[in-house]
Design a protein around this ligand. Structure first.
Ligand code: AMP
Ligand code: ZN
Length: 485
């Protein structure tokens, strides 16, 4: 089935036409591994996972999915610095070698990240690569030399900057994001990795070495400029090395449109002479009480925080996937609770189908339902409408009354959908273990004794008392069973 996507570059919904038939190359901006990712970050990774799954299941594409790991930037350097207050013993001992400390901190958080996304059902096995930025320093340097050679970069005090004004004479800066050039500060430079659109100016490609920070040797235009890469150049170089340009899809959170992705486009075009990707896909924020969840606002939960509160990661996954990626997602505990119920509703329906053994029965046009649901998914990944279709079907179908043919077709459809949503089980229904309170087991034992004593009046009274407390007793000749109503 054809897939259409909202492309942030053209600001239109377009039919996806891959560079190479039947194949999709997709690059997702991954985590900065200086701390636990919060569930706002997770929304962007869940979105990327959803896209690649829909492309496989509905679009029948071969998908090569890359998610990079940002293991060098302002934050990883800050938190791995000698005597950093956030360093702890699980990362090992700090040394006098900044590069080693950086590696210890980032590897520690990368492992935890992989654990977290695994729990969230993100398709870790399908990654084509999970490249770390520090493994591509030579390639970044090569790109920076190219940009410089092509006249779009300059060196200042050992750092290299992208010359935005020069670039604007030949191309567009502001393809994804409208930048107000009336107040553009020509020649002003910004060194930090993240900055606001009001501060748009020449951005850093390579930062000169600072005391006690990791650095790599770098030769450019006959000058020695030891230092480290800026954040934006990392993605440009890795995409080129892993995919070649132009590849198909680039994903990320909406905050990455500027400056990260805008700068990525300028760098790739200025250095390699070609646009990085055809389709830019951005997910909206996850919010808490109307504000973006972020570390700096302090309003964040990690997956671990939520697990400690008893939430199931798959309910969190289902809850996020139930909303359309282009709308703000308001995180509430109540919201997760409703998703838990909705997920269970589908799960019980699946178990009912699996347990039913009718040969004859009602017939269902499963092909028609499948087409409607897949149609919604192919239309810019519209999961809410697809799920509405699924619940409509569940509400109007008695799983135990279906004929074998329809039942098997329906199970196959649900199985396909589970390759996308990945939150349901197709095994046997687990036995629900309910703890019966001691008070009830004592009353039941007394009643059994009363029956043995042929004191049927007392036995009857006890049965009523047990009943009023929400339990039923089922007897056989030799034993009894307590059931919660
Ligand atoms: P970072 O680890 O900060 O580089 O962010 C990783 C990804 O999370 C990026 O794609 C961000 O755009 C995304 N992101 C950060 N905060 C949120 C949020 N509150 N809601 C959705 N996506 C977010
Ligand atoms: Zn990136």
């Amino acid at each position: 089935m054809k897939i259409s996507v909202y492309n942030s570059l053209t600001k239109k919904v377009e039919e996806l036409v891959p560079v190479k038939e039947n194949e999709i190359k997709m690059y997702s901006c991954g985590p900065t591994v200086y701390n636990h990712a919060h569930i706002g970050n997770m929304r962007s990774f869940l979105f990327a996972d959803l896209v690649q799954r829909i492309l496989r299941v509905v679009g029948k594409y071969d998908v090569n999915w890359v998610m990079n790991i940002t293991d060098i930037d302002d934050k990883t350097i800050r938190d791995s610095a000698k005597n950093s207050p956030v360093w702890h013993s699980d990362m090992g001992e700090q040394t006098d070698e900044p590069k080693e400390n950086l590696k210890k901190l980032t590897e520690y958080y990368q492992d935890l990240f992989l654990e977290d996304i695994g729990k969230l059902g993100i398709d870790v096995e399908h990654f084509y690569a999970l490249p770390c930025a520090t493994d591509f320093i030579d390639e970044m340097q090569e790109l920076i030399r190219n940009i410089y050679k092509n006249g779009y970069a300059y060196i200042s005090e050992g750092s290299v900057y992208f010359d935005v004004n020069k670039w604007r004479k030949d191309d567009v800066y502001g393809k994804l994001f409208k930048i107000d050039f009336d107040n553009f500060r020509a020649g002003a430079r910004v060194d930090s990795d993240e900055y606001e659109k009001e501060n748009a100016s020449d951005f850093v490609l390579w930062k000169s070495m600072k005391e006690n920070e990791p650095f790599w040797d770098f030769e450019i235009d006959g000058k020695s400029c030891p230092g480290r890469p800026g954040w934006h150049i990392e993605c440009s170089a890795m995409e080129y090395e892993l995919f070649g340009l132009t590849f198909d899809i680039h994903t990320g959170g909406i905050d990455l449109k500027f400056p990260h992705h805008e700068d990525e486009i300028a760098q790739s075009k200025a250095g390699y002479g070609i646009e990085p990707t055809k389709y830019w896909l951005h997910n909206e924020f996850l919010e808490v009480e109307g504000e973006k969840m972020s570390k700096s606002a302090g309003n964040f939960f990690t997956l671990r925080d939520l697990e400690t509160k008893g939430l199931d990661p798959l309910d969190i996954r289902f809850s996020m996937l139930s909303a359309h990626y282009s709308t703000k997602f308001n995180f509430t505990f109540q919201g997760i609770e409703s998703s838990k119920k909705a997920r269970k509703r589908v799960q019980d329906f699946i178990y009912d189908l699996l347990e039913s053994d009718n040969m004859e029965g009602e017939l269902l046009d499963v092909e028609k339902v499948k087409n409607t649901i897949f149609e919604e998914l192919s239309n810019d990944f519209h999961t809410p409408k697809a799920l509405a279709g699924l619940f409509g079907l569940i509400n109007s179908t008695n799983p135990k009354a279906l004929a074998a043919n329809s039942r098997n077709e329906l199970l196959a459809l649900l199985n396909d959908l589970n390759h996308i949503f990945a939150v349901w089980d197709f095994g046997t229904r687990p036995v629900e273990i309910i703890d019966i309170p001691e008070e009830i087991t004592e009353l039941a034992a007394k009643r059994w004794q009363a029956k043995a004593d042929r004191n049927f009046q007392l036995a009857d009274e006890l049965r009523k008392e047990i009943d009023s407390k929400g339990y039923i007793i089922k007897d056989t000749k030799t034993e009894y069973e307590i059931i919660k109503k």
